[in-house]
Design a protein around this ligand. Structure first.
Ligand SMILES: Cc1cc2nc3c(=O)[nH]c(=O)nc-3n(C[C@H](O)[C@H](O)[C@H](O)COP(=O)(O)OP(=O)(O)OC[C@H]3O[C@@H](n4cnc5c(N)ncnc54)[C@H](O)[C@@H]3O)c2cc1C
Length: 373
């Protein structure tokens, strides 16, 4: 008999798991704290890799639909130094193995693929007990058969399996949006180009994407102590821009335009990571997917891809071992742990390499090595 699966979190990991279970006829319920699918903007471009994210979409039976939402040209890449010197300016010929999609569109694809009622919106899990009983913010409870934590970096389910907590990775991001860039922000539009920009210097830099709606989404990366974000009043946009102008005082003026022209309030976030080799001993009926299992800095570009692959692999394992949940979970975790550790190691190495004393040359050397391999 198949045990119903209870999933906490409707991110890309939880949604992919629910979809793959549905494909195999296994019932699942997702409890999600957001009040509705529209509760939060899901901005940002994701490149979906042929060795993980695309594999998951194939397992979910959604690969053809995915091909329809690819952002043509999105794989274009520019690498600049702090003086504005262009070291790489590659266009996207549409033949790459890492096509880009809008995160919101990808999520919508998954949402539309689930039976009505699969997701219980507005269900914030506040506590989880060893008997797999979930408590919600409204005081109600549910006891799960199979319980999967797909609830991101600060997972409420993870403490059942592991005492590990994400730690500050030494870097803070400030996020900026420039809307209708070609018309309203022609300078930044030229600086970013048609896809991805890496403008890197020792300790800090700019990572930016052109989005499908013609806006630019910019991550300003700064090596800072953990308490730096709270030392700035981000609600005072003029003051926050002045702080950034000071931090980037020796960068070329075109980079200052990337934050000076911001259309919305600046949003700061700390980059956190679990230990690279995070793993746990088998606990009956419980496991994790995605960031809950292996949150890492975004510098491997793998977090969303891995979350989807985790969801797909777990769904397949549960389908392959009907009536033997423990075998399914053990099989899934035996692949999960080394896969996560490899990507988390790469993320940590890339973070160091992108912002080392030679920036951007260490990244350029790495890209050159990939091309020769
Ligand atoms: C700045 C930045 C850039 C990134 N860029 C990339 C990239 O280019 N490529 C890439 O592959 N990855 C990237 N990532 C990583 C990627 O965003 C994550 O790895 C991915 O979103 C993880 O998916 P998930 O489903 O595991 O978790 P999440 O997306 O975090 O989803 C968790 C879900 O659980 C819900 N939830 C949380 N707590 C509770 C609760 N108590 N009760 C109920 N529901 C709850 C949340 O509301 C959310 O919907 C980036 C990350 C950051 C921070």
């Amino acid at each position: 008999m198949t045990t119903p699966v209870t999933i906490v979190g409707a991110g890309l990991g939880g949604l992919t798991l629910a979809r793959v279970l549905h494909v195999h006829g296994i019932p699942a319920t997702i409890y999600e704290l957001d009040a509705s699918p529209e509760a939060r903007t899901q901005g940002g471009m994701l490149d979906i890799h042929d060795y993980n994210g695309q594999v998951a979409l194939k397992a979910a039976g959604l690969f053809d639909e995915f091909r329809k939402i690819i952002h043509p040209g999105g794989e274009a890449t520019r690498i600049l130094d702090k003086h504005g010197t262009v070291h790489t300016d590659e266009t996207d010929e549409g033949d790459g193995t890492r096509p880009e999609v809008d995160r919101g569109q990808l999520r919508q694809l998954l949402l539309d693929s689930l039976p009505a009622g699969t997701i219980r919106w507005g269900s914030k899990v506040t506590g989880v007990r060893e008997n797999r009983e979930l408590t919600f913010a409204d005081g109600s409870t549910v006891t799960a058969g199979v319980l999967v934590g797909a609830d991101g970096a600060w997972s409420r389910v993870r403490p059942l399996l592991s005492a590990a907590k994400p730690a500050y990775a030494g870097m803070s991001f400030v996020e900026v949006d420039l809307l209708d860039a070609d018309t309203r922000h022609p300078g930044p539009a030229r600086t970013v180009g048609g896809g991805m920009l890496f403008a890197l210097g020792p300790g800090n830099g700019f990572l930016a994407h052109r989005e499908t709606d013609g806006s630019l989404h910019i991550y300003i990366a700064l090596t800072k102590p953990a308490d730096w974000i709270d030392s700035v009043d981000w609600a005072d946009t003029a003051k926050a821009k002045a702080v950034l102008a000071d931090e980037f005082h020796d960068w070329a003026p075109e980079f200052h335009a990337l934050f000076a022209e911001a259309d919305r309030a600046l949003v700061a976030r700390a980059i956190n990571a679990l230990p690279i080799d995070h793993r746990w001993a088998r606990v009956p009926g419980v496991t994790l997917v995605g960031d809950a299992a292996h949150v890492m800095s975004p510098f491997a570009g793998e977090g969303a891809n891995l979350a989807m692959l985790d969801g797909a692999r777990l769904g397949e394992a549960l389908a392959a071992h009907p009536g033997d949940v423990e075998k399914a979970l053990a099989t899934y975790e035996a692949e999960l742990f080394p896969r996560s550790a490899e990507a988390a190691g790469e993320a940590a190495r890339n973070l160091a390499l992108c912002f080392d004393e030679n920036a951007p040359h260490s990244l350029l050397d790495q890209f050159a090595a990939y091309e020769q391999a």
